[in-house]
Design a protein around this ligand. Structure first.
Ligand code: OSB
Ligand code: MG
Length: 371
C-alpha cells in the first residue's frame, strides 16, 4: 500500500459548554484533520486533537501543523507498507510530538481498515459491541453550577462523572457532588497541578472518604515518585494520564508502584499502535485501563470508541456523545450514547462519514502534499 496524497485541515468548532481545567479554559477548539489517500483512491481520516496552548502537553496546534507538514506527511508519502502497525517506524526519528503523530497514525489505520472491509474496532482486535462512556466536567465558577452540570449528565444516563480539581477547588466540590449523588461513580482529575508537599498529600488523602474510583494525575507528569508515594498511602487508586507518553514510561511507573489505573489516550501516546501496546502491558500487569479523550471531533472520537472495544478497557471511557461537546460534529452520523452506552460501529473503517461540506465551512487552513 502506498500513500499518494496527504492533506491537513485546520477546523474550528465552538464547544456547547466552556471547559476549564487546572491548566486551561476553552470555548472553542481548533483541531487538525488528516486525510490520507492511497494509490487505489481509498481514503482515511485521522484527527490531531492537540490543544492550542502548551498547557496539557508541550505540543500546540501550530507545532503539530509544522511537524506534520514538515516531517510526518513527507515520511508517509510514497512509502510502501502493508500493515498500519508499520507506520510509527516511518517517523521513528521524530522525537515526541505524539499528538501530531497520532492523527497521521489514525488516518493510516482507518484507511487500511476501510480497504480490508473491516470496522476499525475489529482491525484493532477489539470485540466489544458497545462501550460505556463517562463524562468529564470542567471547573465551574460555583458549586451550584457544577451540581447543575452533574445533574444534566447523570440525567442523560452517564454512569460515571469525572470532576476537574485544583488547589482551592477540591474537597468542597467533591463533598457536595458526593452528597447530592451518593451512588454515582465519581473520580477526580488534577491535570498535574499539585506539588507533592506534605499538605497537598494530606488534601489528596482526605479524598479517600468520598468513595472515588480514582485520583487522576495529581502531580506533574515526570513526578512518578510522588504518585507512588500517594498510592502507597491512600486507598483510592492513583490513575496516570500525562505521566505516560510511552510504553517505557508505563514500565517505569509499574516498577515504582505509581500506577493503579491507566488512562490511555491515542493522542498522548502517538497513535493506535503504541496505545494498544500500553493496553497489553497494563493488562498483563493487572492494571485496569480506560480511554481518555481530548474533546475530539467525531473522527478522533470514533477512533477512541474503536480502541475502547479492546478487552482491557474495563472502566468507562471519556467518549461521551458528540452532542456533549458540539452542536454539530464533522461526522455523520454523530457519535451518540444511549444511557451512557455507545455502540461500536459495524461498518468498515471509521464507521462514520466525514461531512466534508461542514468541515470546509469551518476550515481555517488547508494544505495538500503529493508523492
Ligand atoms: O486530562 O483528560 C484530561 C481535556 C483536555 C485536556 C485534558 C483532559 C481533558 C478531558 C476531556 O478530560 C475528556 C473528554 O474528551 O471528554
Ligand atoms: Mg486527565
Amino acid at each position: 500500500l502506498r500513500i499518494t496524497e496527504a492533506s491537513l485541515h485546520l477546523v474550528r468548532l465552538p464547544l456547547v459548554h466552556r471547559f476549564q481545567t487546572s491548566s486551561h479554559r476553552k470555548s472553542h477548539l481548533d483541531h487538525i484533520l488528516v486525510r490520507l489517500v492511497d494509490e487505489s483512491g481509498a481514503e482515511g481520516w485521522g484527527e490531531i486533537a492537540s490543544p492550542s496552548d502548551p498547557f496539557y502537553s508541550p505540543e500546540t496546534v501550530e507545532s503539530c501543523w509544522h511537524i506534520a507538514e514538515r516531517y510526518l506527511l513527507p515520511a508517509v508519502l510514497g512509502a510502501q507498507w502493508s500493515h498500519p502497525g508499520e507506520l510509527p517506524l516511518l517517523w521513528r526519528k521524530v522525537r515526541g510530538n505524539r499528538f501530531a503523530a497520532a492523527g497521521v497514525d489514525a488516518a493510516g489505520w482507518v484507511l487500511w481498515a476501510q480497504r480490508e472491509g473491516v470496522p476499525l474496532a475489529r482491525a484493532l482486535g477489539g470485540d466489544r459491541t458497545e462501550v460505556v462512556a463517562g463524562v468529564s466536567l470542567g471547573i465551574e465558577p460555583t458549586i451550584d453550577e457544577l451540581l447543575a452540570q452533574v445533574h444534566r449528565q447523570a440525567d442523560a444516563g452517564y454512569p460515571r462523572v469525572k470532576l476537574k480539581i485544583a488547589p482551592g477547588w477540591d474537597l468542597e466540590p467533591v463533598r457536595e457532588v458526593r452528597r447530592a449523588f451518593p451512588d454515582l461513580s465519581l473520580h477526580v482529575d488534577a491535570n498535574g497541578i499539585y506539588g507533592g508537599t506534605a499538605a497537598e498529600m494530606d488534601t489528596l488523602r482526605a479524598l479517600d472518604g468520598f468513595g472515588l474510583d480514582m485520583i487522576e494525575q495529581p502531580f506533574a507528569p515526570r513526578d512518578l515518585l510522588s504518585h507512588a508515594e500517594l498510592q502507597r498511602t491512600t486507598e483510592t487508586p492513583v490513575c496516570l494520564d500525562e505521566s505516560v507518553d510511552t510504553v517505557a514510561d508505563l514500565r517505569t511507573a509499574l516498577a515504582l508502584g505509581a500506577v493503579g489505573v491507566l488512562n490511555i489516550k491515542v493522542s498522548r501516546m502517538g497513535g493506535l499502535t503504541p496505545a494498544m501496546a500500553a493496553h497489553d502491558l497494563a493488562r498483563e500487569n493487572g492494571v485496569p485501563v480506560w480511554c481518555g479523550g481530548m474533546h475530539e471531533f467525531g473522527v478522533g472520537r470514533a477512533v477512541n470508541v474503536a480502541l475502547s472495544s479492546l478487552p482491557g478497557f474495563v472502566l468507562p471511557s471519556d467518549v461521551s456523545a458528540s452532542a456533549k461537546y458540539y452542536a454539530q460534529d464533522i461526522v455523520a452520523p454523530p457519535v451518540t450514547a444511549d444511557s451512557g452506552v455507545v455502540q461500536v460501529p459495524t461498518a468498515p473503517g471509521l464507521g462514520h462519514r466525514v461531512d466534508t461540506d461542514f468541515l470546509a465551512a469551518n476550515r481555517l487552513r488547508e494544505t495538500t502534499l503529493r508523492a
